[in-house]
Design a protein around this ligand. Structure first.
Ligand SMILES: [Zn+2]
Length: 476
């Protein structure tokens, strides 16, 4: 049976989560491998999800005054070199262009790994007076980072993202924008992707190359690993000093601008897969599902069935809906709907038709609901909302059930014998203790959460007075 085969080919997530993830990416038709090592083809089913992510996020950006622009994909080496920490952070993973046609270039160009330096170069020419501030731009583009190990969506040599870059008169304004954008990401992830997040600040060790402060939203995957889902950075005037970006203030004096950047990538699709997916495939939250409802006629050659299926689909024109009228078996169509994570399927056969009803089947819980055909549009609106909310609630419960506390080193070691989730523990603020944790337990600090707890007054590693509570975890 073709339908059995489709499902049997996914590895169980409890058996091998990594293989399950790869299987879902391929079987749900999101990606295929390309001949360029470490780069993937994002297929239509995957790209349609990205388009909806873009749509929702872009609307949120614009509501805060962001405008979109586009800068070149090449960065001259001399430009990349201008900010010392930044170049040190990115140099090991940039790709270089050395020739233009057959001619060697006098200066090599890197393919952007991120565009702070280009925006700085651009802003230097645009900003002269306080009247030119703030500058609040974003670009949707791809970037290249020459990763050694790659996985679909999570890590690839070229990936899609948006990168916002802003310039402000004061540090406080830059800080406000940095936090504002972090909140935009958290709101998007929780409300549209149904992914609960922990908001916090990165430690100095984990912060972005060249940033004064990096804020992050961290999510927990089904296997207990963390995924940094978006970041927002406050650069202070560090880049401005390196690039000479100054403006004349109301006081007629020259001042350096303060800058921010913030980004979210196609990794978000990986997060969606690993937070919501199950052993039958993807489960896509209704708000970002390219197809929200599929109508599947049963015994579609019987008189009136296909017509009824199409009528139901027409009555659902407020949603993203399709009718599967291919000649494959209903069983195959069900398995495919489950694999692709389409939130609701509508089943309609000759007997249903006679009774004036159909069956709505939720992807997330597999619950089947009988519904009068006339009531389908109203019921569908409620059901999609319900699914969206239930998916968030389940993910939130998983996050809470997999967040642990460690009060001392023994408890910390015990908690990380296996990768079960986040561990909250007190930290003295020393880089040495953070390095030790990485070395001994292969664990990194995920963030210093904005919502602090005091679990004890001592650092779990050195026993010295604790300064902060930190979320620790093993991350993708
Ligand atoms: Zn310590």
């Amino acid at each position: 049976m073709a339908d059995k085969k489709l499902v049997a080919e996914i590895t169980s997530m409890d058996e091998d989560f990594t293989q399950w993830y790869t299987d879902v990416c391929i079987k749900a038709d999101l990606v295929s491998y390309s001949n360029i090592k470490g780069c993937m083809v994002i297929k239509p089913a995957g790209y349609a999800i990205w388009e909806l992510i873009q749509k929702h996020l872009d609307a949120r950006f614009k509501a805060t005054g962001v405008q979109n622009a586009y800068l070149p994909m090449f960065i001259p080496e001399s430009l990349l070199q201008k900010e010392k920490d930044h170049v040190e952070g990115f140099a090991p993973e940039v790709a270089w262009v050395t020739h233009g046609g057959l001619e060697p270039l006098t200066e090599r160009y890197c393919v952007r790994p991120t565009s702070e330096t280009l925006f700085c170069d651009y802003y230097k020419g645009e900003i002269h007076s306080y009247k030119d501030l703030p500058q609040v731009l974003n670009q949707w583009c791809s970037v290249v980072r020459w990763e050694k190990e790659t996985r679909p969506f999570l890590r690839s040599r070229e990936f899609l993202w948006q990168e916002g870059h802003t310039a402000h008169a004061t540090f406080e304004e830059a800080e406000e924008r940095t936090q504002q954008m972090l909140n935009v990401y958290a709101d998007f992830l929780e409300n549209d992707m149904a992914i609960p997040v922990i908001k916090g600040q990165k430690t100095d060790k984990e912060k972005f190359a060249g940033a004064e402060a990096t804020y992050t939203v961290e999510a927990l995957m089904h296997d207990g690993r963390a995924l940094q889902s978006a970041t927002s950075h406050n650069f202070g005037d560090g880049f401005a000093k390196a690039f000479g970006i100054q403006y004349a203030g109301k006081d007629n004096q020259l001042h350096y601008v303060n800058q921010t950047s913030w980004g979210l990538t196609t990794r978000t699709i990986g997060a969606m897969i690993m937070v919501h997916g199950d052993n039958s495939g993807l489960v896509v939250p209704p708000k970002i599902a390219p197809i929200q409802v599929v109508v599947i006629p049963i015994q579609q050659k019987k008189e009136g069935v296909l017509e009824a299926a199409n009528k139901i689909a027409e009555s659902l024109s407020a949603f993203r809906v399709k009718v599967d009228e291919t000649d494959r078996t209903p069983g195959f169509k069900f398995a495919e709907q489950e694999m692709r994570g389409i939130p609701v399927r509508v089943e309609i056969g000759p007997k249903d038709l006679e009774a004036g009803k159909c069956v709505l089947c939720r992807r997330d819980t597999r619950e089947k609901i009988e519904c009068a055909i006339a009531d389908v549009p109203t019921k569908m609106a409620e059901l999609l909302d319900q699914i969206q909310n239930d998916m968030f609630d389940r993910a939130k419960k998983h996050l809470q059930a997999h967040t642990f506390e460690a009060h001392n080193k023994e408890e910390f070691a015990e908690a990380f014998k296996e990768t079960k989730g986040f561990v909250k523990a007190m930290w003295c603020g020393c880089r040495e203790c953070e390095d030790k944790i990485k070395e001994e337990f292969n664990v990194t600090s995920r963030c210093i959460p904005f919502e602090q707890d005091t679990l004890s007054d001592k650092c779990v590693i050195c026993g010295k007075p604790a300064k902060k509570m930190v979320y620790w975890g093993r991350a993708y």
